[in-house]
Design a binder for this molecule. Structure first.
Ligand code: HAM
Length: 429
């Protein structure tokens, strides 16, 4: 909120700018956690041979209308959409799959190679009601395999996500899994479900009543108790799949068992985006409370074609980095701290400060991190600063040291010190 006191056009004091609701500042004190998770994601992606793809922050709105589905909450309620100055409707990306598939089609990537394994790590925008673990701008990493309908791709993605979580100290999550079948099976099931729910319409929550026509499947994952009671006895999608889809699902489950990944089949897991076919999955953690999904995904065998490409199957998942950090911390994971500077130059006059600049330059060229005093403070204050930064050494330069061309190197851990000539300092480490 801006507590502005304008005098004429001049903004006079009390300017308290605040970040937009549902966004966050990631401060230096927390950055090591982000760096660790980001590094881990890149390492694991590379182990599984995924390559990174980056798409624009905003896309033409129609991409999401069509790709994610106009009846979904994301498109219907949550998109940051605006007309640009040329009058085109643009949307800040609310998710990564439709943009990746758009880029895949637009760049004819299918012609280069039959299978692409792609990943991204970037910010997403959804106008949601902010709460713990739910933001209007979140950072998501995701992986997509386009071009193969092999069931190993479903298993590989689940195992990839698990590997990232495990390396972040997260072990107490559940893998929920379901299959929503081929598009025509899904369509028939939606009709069946709608018919069933029509009979109980009076007991449905207001939200679910609204969803009955356009977004029927989502009623299955309603948190409302009365909705849950009704849907408990609703026809189940797995009972309404054809043999091929059922067999495929069974094989995915065996693949997970083979890798020692525990799962729970959950008929309510329909996911909130329209492009899914066959397998859907979610990683949930009790540590997250109401927003319990650390990550989720599934197959989208019709999406490439829906967005104008040659029919190609796909599967992927996405996971919020904020939620990974929340769960990791609740699990007691200690993120490695950033490395402190090796050397802090304590300088006691202008000449010494000049000298420290050139010595720091030499050290940095040799990849040795260091810091110089920036406030011309007293020796005591500089020493305190070096301690606070947890510098491994201080190198003290005063008037006498300048005369002798030597500084005093002190190891902070044990207090031992030795005189070292300026020219020889760089060889010390
Ligand atoms: P999604 O389930 O909508 O799927 O989002 C994936 C993950 O992003 C969620 O499980 C959650 O961790 C995180 N997330 C979503 N919204 C928020 C939010 N408002 N605040 C914080 N974290 C959030 C997708 O977006 C699909 N594109 C995933 C996918 C990829 N499916 C196939 N390929």
């Amino acid at each position: 909120m801006l507590d502005s006191r304008f005098r004429g056009n001049r903004l006079v004091k009390h300017m308290n700018f605040r970040k937009p609701k549902g966004t966050k500042d990631i401060l230096p004190k927390d950055m090591h956690k982000w760096h660790y998770v980001e590094k881990t994601i890149r390492e694991v992606m590379s182990l599984f041979n995924f390559t990174e793809i980056r798409t624009p922050t905003f896309e033409y709105t129609d991409l999401f209308n069509r790709g994610v589905g106009s009846q979904t909450d994301i498109v219907g309620k949550e998109m940051y959409t605006f007309d640009d100055k040329g009058g085109d409707s643009m949307t800040l990306r609310p998710e990564g799959t439709a943009p990746v598939v758009r880029a895949y089609n637009e760049n004819s990537m299918g012609a280069d190679s039959p299978v692409h394994k792609l990943y991204y790590m970037t910010n997403m925008f959804r106008y949601e009601r902010p709460q713990a673990g739910r933001y209007r701008e979140h950072t998501q990493f995701g992986a997509e395999i386009i071009g193969s309908d092999s069931l190993t791709t479903d298993v590989e993605l689940i195992s990839l996500a698990k590997e990232v979580y495990n390396r972040c100290g997260i072990t107490n999550f559940k893998v929920k899994i379901n299959s929503i079948g081929k598009p025509d099976e899904r369509k028939n099931y939606v009709n069946l479900l709608r018919e069933f729910l029509q009979k109980h319409i009076n007991k449905l929550s207001e939200d679910s009543k609204k969803r009955l026509e356009g977004n029927t499947l989502r009623i299955l994952d309603s948190k409302n108790e009365s909705d849950k009671e009704i849907t408990n006895s609703a026809p189940k999608i797995l009972d309404n799949l054809g043999k091929e889809s059922k067999d495929r699902f069974e094989k995915v489950l065996s693949g997970l068992t083979e890798l020692g990944i525990n799962y729970e089949v959950d008929f309510r897991l329909v996911r909130g985006l329209d492009y899914y076919t066959d397998t859907t999955f979610e990683f949930v953690s009790e540590e997250l409370g109401a927003q319990d999904a650390i990550g989720g995904g599934g197959r989208y065998d019709g999406l490439v074609e829906l967005l104008g490409g040659k029919p190609s199957p796909g599967v992927g998942f996405g996971s919020g980095i904020e939620r990974v950090i929340i769960v990791a911390e609740k699990n007691g994971f200690k993120f490695p701290e950033a490395t402190p500077p090796k050397v802090y130059f304590i300088t006691l006059n202008d000449e010494a400060r000049d000298k420290s600049l050139s010595l720091a330059n030499d050290l940095r060229k040799k990849n040795i991190s260091c810091e110089c005093d920036l406030l011309a403070r007293s020796m005591k204050a500089q020493m305190r600063e070096a301690n606070k930064m947890m510098a491994e050494y201080v190198y003290i330069i005063g008037e006498e040291e300048i005369q002798k061309n030597k500084g005093m190197l002190k190891k902070m851990s044990d207090g031992t010190q030795e005189e070292i000539e300026f020219d020889l300092l760089v060889n010390k480490f």
